[in-house]
Ligand binder design. Sequence first.
Ligand code: ADP
Ligand code: MG
Length: 594
Amino acid sequence: MPIRLLSSEVASQIAAGEVIERPASVVKELLENSLDVGAHTITISVEEAGKKLIEIADDGAGIPSDELDLAVSRHATSKLIRSADLFSIQTLGFRGEALASIGSVSRMTITSRVKEEQEGARLKVEGGVSGKPTKVGTTVGTTIRVEDLFYNVPARLKFLKTEVTERRAIDALVTRYALAYPGKRFKLSEGKNVTLQTSGDGDRRAILAALYGVDVAKQMLEIMAEEEGYKLTGFISPTSLTRSNRKEITFFVNGRWVHEISLSAALLQAYHTLLMVGRYPMTALFLEINPAEVDVNVHPAKAEVRFRNQEKIFSFVQRSARKALLAYSPVPNVAPSLWGTTRTGPSESTSLAGLDWAIGHDEELSVNRDLRLETDVQSPTLQPGSGQVSSSPISNLQSTIPLLRLIGQIGATYIVAEGPDGLYLVDQHAAHERVLFEKLMTQHEMKKIPSQSLLTPIVVTLPPQSSHLLITQLPALQHFGFDVEEFGPNTFQVRAMPALFMGSDPAVALRALVEDFEEDETPLQNEIEKKIAARVCKRMAVKGGQVLSNEEQRALLTDLEACDSPRTCPHGRPTMIHLSVDLLERQFGRRGAR
Ligand code: ADP
Ligand code: MG
C-alpha cells in the first residue's frame, strides 16, 4: 500500500482511542472543561451508563459563536499558546483534543452562549463531521450533549464493561471532583434518579457524609499541612477504617485527579505497621504545588503527572499523613507484664484489651492481627488455593477437631484450650466467623433463615457506587433474612436482619455487603450468596481484642467443634494453631534429639 495521509476523521478516531476509553472519560473531559471556564453549577445527566446519553450543562463563560467550529477541531484550545506555558498551566485542559475526540466517536451537540452575545449558537458533530452552527436562544454557559457514544466504533463498544461497572466509574469520578471542588455545585442524575448533589458551600466533610454516610465522615481525619511551597489538605481514614483495595485512595494534584503510584506509596508508608496486610486506607487528598514543579503532559488522558522533585514530595506526603494518624489515633500501649519479657515483635502491633472498640467498630482494628505466634514456633502456612493448612510440625490436621477443654483467653484475642493431643490456640475472630458462616449457610440451604424485625428500622446512606450495587443485590438479601428497602437516593432502610446477627449493628452488615465487591465482579448467583454470607459473617464476628466471658468462650469452642470445616475461616485463614504433645515434648527436650 502506498503511504497516505490519514483523513482527519480517521486521525481523530485514532487519537480519541487514547483519550476517550469509556463513558466516564467523556464525563471527565467535559467536567474539566466546565471547571476551566469558571462554572459554578455543573449538572450532569447520563442514560444507560452514558452509552446512550451524557449531557453536561454549566454556567461558565461560554464559547463565542464564531469559535464553536474551532472548539471541536483537533489541537484547538484557548488555554495554551507556547509549549513553555505547560509549566505554568492553571487549567485542567491544554491539549485541545477532547471535544474533537468525543465528536469523532459520538453524536455531539454543543449549545453555548457568552454574555456579550444576545443569542447563543448550536453546533452538531456526528462521527467527526461538523454541521453548520445555528443560532438559538439560551442562557449564558455551555451545554454539551453526547449521544450514542462509540456508535461508529463497535470494537470500543465491545470493550465496555457491564452497565453497573460503567455507571460506577462515572459515579466515582463525579464524586471525586465534587470533593475536590467543594465550592462548586454538582448534580449527577442517572435516568430519573439524582445520585449526587452538592451544595457548593465549601464544606468537604458534608460531601464526605453524603458519600460515605455520616459515621464514616465523622471518623475521617483532616489533614492541613504546608511546607516550603507544598500544601496538602483533605482527609485520610483512621486505621480502624479500611478497604480491601486501593480504589478509595484519591489524590488530586493542583485540582487534577491523578493516579500517581509514588503518592499512594508515600501514603501507604504513613500507615506502615498500622494496617493489616491487604487492607488499605480511604483518602481524599489535595496537593498543591507550584505548576513549574509538575509535568502534566505525560499521559494522554492527563491521569498521570511527573514531579521535578519526587523524593521531597514523597517525604512531605508521608510525614503529613503519619503525623495526622498519630495525632488522632495514638497507638495504645500494652502493659509488658501481660506478655512477660520474652515476647518479641513490633511494639506498635501490641494493642490489646482496653482499646476503645467503639471507634470504628464496623471495621476491624487491624493492628491486632499481627499478634499471631510469630516467635519460635513456625506458624502454619496457607497452601495457595487449597484453603487448608499445611502440615507443619505444629499441626497434624484432620478436618474435624476433638472435644476441647477451655483454659482461657489471652490478649483478649486468642482462646487457649486443651485437647487429647495437645494445646490449641484459637483465633476468636476467625473461629466465630466460621461458626456464623456455617450456621447461616445451613439455614440458607434449608431455605429458612430466621429473620427478626428491628424495633426501630435504621437508615443507612451509602456512596453512590455502592448503592447501585446494593440495589442489584436486594433480591439476594431477602433470602438472607434482611429486609432492606430503598429509602431515597443512596439511602436504604433496614427493617429486619437475620436473627443470627441480632444485637449487632445492621448498618455494619449492610456496608459489608457492598464495600468489598470488586469492580468487575459478576459472580454466579450461588457464588454471590456464598460471598455475601462470608462477608457479613466477617463483619458480625467478634473481633480480636474483645474480652469474652468464660461462657462465651466455651460456647464458641462448642460451636466450632460442630462445624464441618472448623480449621479455617470462610476466607481460608486458619482458625487455630495446634501444638501437639509430641511437639511440646520435642521443644522441651523431653524426647528426640538430645
Ligand atoms: P482543551 O480543554 O484542552 O482546551 P477541549 O477540546 O476540551 O480542549 O476544548 C477546546 C476548547 O473549547 C477549550 O479550550 C475551550 O476554549 C472551549 N470549551 C470547551 N468546553 C467549554 C465549556 N464548557 N465552556 C466554555 N468553553 C469551552
Ligand atoms: Mg478540555
